[in-house]
Design a protein around this ligand. Structure first.
Ligand code: HEM
Length: 458
């Protein structure tokens, strides 16, 4: 194995380096450069910061798993998110992150999250009550509202719709501002980044609103001291080995992180699933056949999950084609050898599931929607780290079981009673904005379907 200084670099601009290409149609650019330059590509931001795009599953495995301790999260996530996520799990690093992860982990044990299945289904049925057969709906907005209500309920056990609605409003404003901010290449430049902007005031107000609501919920909960079975109780009750607990600020940061990380990704996974199903009637028919056989018209429960195997395969395949977290970023905290290259300290590393998931070296006919890839026999044969919708290693998504359970239950509940048809004439493009969103939002017409029960089938 040879150790070379730097991987190949595509042509760059005088001042920006490659920053502008990555803020424009970043996904196409990333695809092009890896096709042209291979599995390691060297990029520059403002001729100052070095970034490597890493596109081989073995190298991704090294970064995320075997050499994980030599990396921190990429600073761009902190820049964008820490104003409202504080030091939450998504952005923290080092010993602080390790302690917080250990404290939060029990909240995601299967016994705990199993109890959320009912909430997931009943909130979905509540949404379906709004549906009028034949009407057109913005399916992304529906999925976003649904998953946000579910995560607020499972996290805070708040019965107050108005409180959940206020959390939603503040978070939506914050996401909107973050996206606006992330679209401008100038935000990479520290001097410009730190100048006061009108959006800062809107952001500060939204953060203050969010904090006030969450602090009130924490105060009430600390007073009553009971375990309500929700994630917040777990965070408040969690104790370190030395008996110490999280401060209010730490609980607040983790709670906001979980609300944010816990809804948008799952909503996008489902939105893309509807989009794909609408274009593949034979796969939709196979899904309906499973739902009718397993559920026969009744609401799904936790106990049905093992038998909703095809439903799960559909979700997994949709996340292969449209990974809700399209990119994962790290920064080397010391020199580290990855594959054939020595990465100097501070090098940024970008791993793009949206590329690895469509690489013909690991996937036959990669642009084809084929849930069979995830049948138990086929899944066992998949190349390691060629499928990484939840990342991997110590920083793997803490909510992955929660998310899979939620996506399968929501898909089963809705698909049982409705088919969703794409409004003709829409051109939908996936856009990577931290999460992989459709642009513009996907409009779909809802048609009622009557589940075939055993009785009606005979
Ligand atoms: C389909 C849905 C989801 C997808 C695709 C997804 C994807 C990811 C990915 C790729 C990461 C790792 C990022 C990195 O390594 O830099 C991550 C981290 C994380 N996710 Fe998820 N996620 C989903 C749902 C959820 C849910 C439901 C929750 C919580 C209720 C959640 C909470 C988190 C948290 C807290 C982290 C940070 C973990 C850490 O660094 O210790 N996610 N997620």
């Amino acid at each position: 194995m040879t150790t070379v200084n730097r991987p190949p670099m595509p042509p760059k601009e005088f001042i920006f380096g490659h920053a502008r290409q990555l803020r424009g149609d970043s996904m196409n650019y990333e695809r092009e450069i890896t096709r042209t330059y291979g599995d390691f590509v060297h990029l520059k931001f403002f001729n100052r910061y070095d970034a490597y795009v890493i596109n081989h599953p073995d190298d991704a495995h090294q970064v995320l798993v075997t050499e994980a301790r030599k990396f921190n999260k990429a600073p761009i996530y902190k820049l964008m998110l820490s104003t409202f996520l504080g030091d939450g799990l998504l952005v923290s690093d080092g010993d602080f992150w390790r302690r917080q992860r250990k404290l939060a982990q029990p909240a995601f044990h299967s016994r705990r999250i199993d109890s959320y299945a009912e909430t997931m289904v009943s909130f979905t049925e509540r949404l379906l009550n709004e549906y009028q057969p034949g009407e057109t709906r913005d399916i992304n907005a529906d999925m976003m509202r649904l998953t946000l209500n579910i995560v607020s309920k499972t996290l805070f056990d708040t019965e107050l719709e108005s409180e959940a609605a206020r959390i939603n409003t503040a978070l939506t404003t914050l996401l909107h501002i973050t996206t606006e901010w992330a679209r401008s290449p100038l935000t990479m430049l520290p001097i410009i980044r730190d100048l006061p902007k009108p959006m800062d005031f809107r952001r500060d107000k939204a953060v203050a609103d969010l904090d006030a609501i969450i602090q009130r919920i924490i105060d009430e909960r600390r007073k009553s001291k009971d375990d309500r079975g929700d994630l917040l109780s777990m965070l408040l009750l969690a104790q370190d080995e030395d008996g110490s607990q999280m401060t209010d600020k730490q609980v607040r940061d983790e709670a906001v992180t979980l609300v944010l990380a816990g809804h948008e990704t799952t909503a996008n996974a489902l939105t893309w699933t509807w989009y794909l199903l609408a274009q593949h009637p034979e796969i939709e028919a196979a899904l309906h056949a499973e739902l009718d056989e397993v559920l026969a018209g009744r609401s799904p429960t936790l106990a049905d999950l093992p038998r909703l195997q095809y439903t799960e395969m559909v979700v997994k395949e949709a996340m292969r084609m449209y990974p809700p977290a399209p990119s994962v970023g790290r920064q080397a905290i010391e020199d580290v050898q990855i594959g054939d290259y020595l990465l100097p300290k501070d090098t940024l590393v970008m791993i793009h599931p949206h590329l690895i998931h469509r690489d013909p070296r690991w996937w036959d006919d990669p642009d084809r929607f084929m849930p069979e890839r995830f049948s138990p026999e086929n899944e066992a044969k998949l190349r390691k780290y060629a499928y990484l919708p939840f990342g991997g290693g110590p920083r793997i998504c803490i909510g992955n079981s929660f998310a899979m359970m939620e996506a399968v239950l929501l898909l089963a509940t809705i698909a049982q009673h409705y088919t969703l048809e794409l409004v003709p004439g829409q051109t939908i493009t996936p856009v990577a904005e931290i999460t992989l969103r459709p642009h513009p939002n996907i409009m779909m017409t809802v048609h009622e379907r009557v589940p075939e029960t055993t009785a009606s089938a005979h």
